[in-house]
Design a protein around this ligand. Structure first.
Ligand code: B12
Ligand code: SF4
Length: 485
């Protein structure tokens, strides 16, 4: 095992030089997603008096070698990686290259992936330690301990490999009780203009930047991992809106949103936040993630009135049996009612769907297709993927469905590929079923209002992919129409 360098050499300096590295999303895409987690960690380190730099592979669209070069050029004493679990392969590659150039640099990482499979990150990426869970307080205490030459292993909320290569954890870190006490994310350390001016998640070109209003979700869906736990902590509406007003002032944003686990988990909170948004942020549109059993007409009307024009609901399946398997705690009828209600008050309702849960059958997939027809929505249908930390990850491990977890992490991307088959179908059967379901949902949506929806879709694709992409899309579309099963 590699011996850690003598950390005492880091002691006695005024500030630690920390370089935060944000790995790439991994696939070609038109939107850029601001790394709130890393930006919160950055502001917390700045507050603690450290010299923080950011190398943003995603935001600056850097190659691996350019990311490594910029990291080394920033002459860091500590390199800290962020990015969600799907970016593991980049962390591994970048960490290896940086380590070979800077053998003594102290390397850490944090995020939901690291928190759920710390041993793999530590071993494969050669990290000195990882930060588990919420990173703001832990990272500041860790860097302070390094700066002062204190025993960093006593900092709560971290994990490392002992001399025998065994995973060792310090005492757990308590959740941050008062989210209002956190400094705002350090937006300006990142190439913020690239994020603000990129397409938003609706594929619209509007100046946008989101803000985090709450952490945690009280529900228990088996395919979901909640780094912030079930106990929901919310910022005060004043704190949220003050930050948004600042974003409008600084970056001239016209659109925002809340990438919380679940923005609509509490009606009173939503109503109060909306009231303040309406007063202080006239003309600013926004979107959020919702759950069908947490919204009602009064709440949706208030949201609409405060600028909300888009809500994404995790519907996942049109089969009550599958919804129960997923421990969704809602029925397909509730999903349908919420989508109709949302559209009725004038907010666009988006649904997300997954295919390939344990015990999925042709019938359950047909029910999902039928659900989309009734709800008159279309959405990408992703394969159920057992992300680390979820109940289905443990079930998949118990059934020996994931042979090599590290390889699984390396292959992860945006769940449009089948990585682990949890069903009784063969891989090819499941992929065919997905293509059939996706095609049928798309066609039934387009042909319901062909004169408006088909040109809108073509225009959107032309904007996204240019003429060549458009031609490719039309060909794929015609092929799917003429090969109906
Ligand atoms: C917004 C979001 C997205 C955005 C992109 C966000 C981004 N910047 O990359 C979009 C919509 C594109 C997206 C896509 C996907 N996402 Co997503 N996403 C989220 C969501 C809702 C919010 C993320 C966020 O900003 N959180 C707020 C910040 C403050 O929290 P944080 O990032 O966790 O950071 C804290 C700690 O993790 C830690 N930390 C983070 N980084 C670092 C770095 C250091 C150095 C340290 C010390 C600490 C630290 O400290 C931070 C502050 O406390 C989370 C759920 C959630 N609420 O976290 C899911 C989540 C991260 N996504 C998830 C998944 C599965 C996906 C997809 C694979 C979905 C899919 N099926 O396609 C894709 C992956 C795409 C890809 N190729 O990477 C899972 C990850 C599961 C797991 N086990 O890791 C989550 C947790 C959702 C869930 N509940 O299951 N996602
Ligand atoms: S999928 Fe949504 S509602 Fe279910 S546990 Fe995760 S965040 Fe909560």
């Amino acid at each position: 095992m590699r011996l850690l360098p003598d950390r005492k050499t880091l002691a006695g300096q005024e500030k630690m030089r920390v370089t935060l590295v944000y790995p790439s999303y991994g696939i070609e895409h038109h939107s850029l997603y601001f790394p709130f987690g890393l930006a919160y960690v950055a502001s917390s380190l700045l507050n603690a008096g450290h010299a923080v730099k950011v190398v943003d592979m995603e935001g600056d669209r850097l190659s691996v070698s350019e990311t490594v070069r910029r990291t080394i050029d920033s002459s860091p004493e500590i390199v800290a990686f962020g990015g969600m679990v799907t970016r593991f392969r980049f962390v591994r590659e970048l960490a290896g290259l940086i380590r070979s150039e800077m053998p003594d640099v102290f390397m850490i990482a944090g995020n939901s992936g690291v928190t759920t499979v710390p041993e793999i990150y530590l071993k494969s990426c050669g990290l000195d330690c990882v930060v588990l869970g919420e990173g703001e307080v832990t990272s500041a205490e860790l860097v302070n301990a390094l700066e002062e030459g204190r025993e960093w292993k006593q900092v709560p909320g971290i994990a490392w490999l002992d001399d025998n290569g065994l995973l060792t954890k310090s005492s757990p870190r308590e959740h941050i009780a008062d989210l209002d006490s956190l400094p705002w994310p350090a937006w300006d350390l990142f190439p913020i203009e690239n994020y603000v001016s990129s397409m938003d998640h609706r594929q619209k070109k509007v100046r946008h930047l989101e803000t985090l209003a709450s952490r945690g979700c009280p529900f228990n869906c088996v395919y979901c991992y909640r780094i912030y736990g079930r106990n929901v902590r919310r910022r005060s509406p004043e704190s949220i809106v003050t930050e948004l007003v600042e974003l409008v002032k600084r970056y001239d944003i016209k659109y925002t949103g809340f990438p919380d686990d679940l923005f609509t988990s509490d009606k009173k909170f939503v109503m109060e936040t909306c009231a303040l948004m309406k007063k202080k942020l006239p003309g600013i549109g926004w979107s959020c993630l919702g759950r069908v059993n947490t919204v009602d007409r009064e709440m949706l009307e208030t949201m609409k009135d405060a600028g909300c024009d888009w809500i994404s609901y995790g519907i996942e399946s049109g089969s009550d049996r599958m919804l129960q398997k997923m421990k969704r705690g809602v029925t397909a009828q509730q999903c349908l009612d919420a989508i109709r209600l949302t559209e009725m008050v004038g907010i666009h309702a988006e649904g997300s769907f997954i295919i390939g849960m344990f015990d999925e059958t042709r019938d359950s997939v047909k029910q999902t297709v039928e659900f989309c027809r009734k709800a008159d929505i279309t959405a990408p249908m992703l394969f159920v993927t057992p992300y680390p930390g979820t109940a289905i990850f443990n079930m998949a491990l118990d059934k020996d469905l994931i042979e090599d977890v590290e390889e699984f992490l390396v292959k992860m991307n945006a769940a449009d590929e089948l990585l682990v088959n949890l069903t009784d179908f063969s891989d090819s059967e499941l992929m065919e079923l997905r293509d059939w379901a996706q095609g049928t949902i798309g066609r039934s949506y387009l042909f319901k209002k062909p004169f408006t929806r088909i040109p809108t879709l073509l225009w959107k694709h032309f904007k996204l992919h240019g003429a060549k992409g458009l031609f490719h899309d039309i060909r794929a579309f015609l092929t799917s129409v003429f090969s109906r099963k």
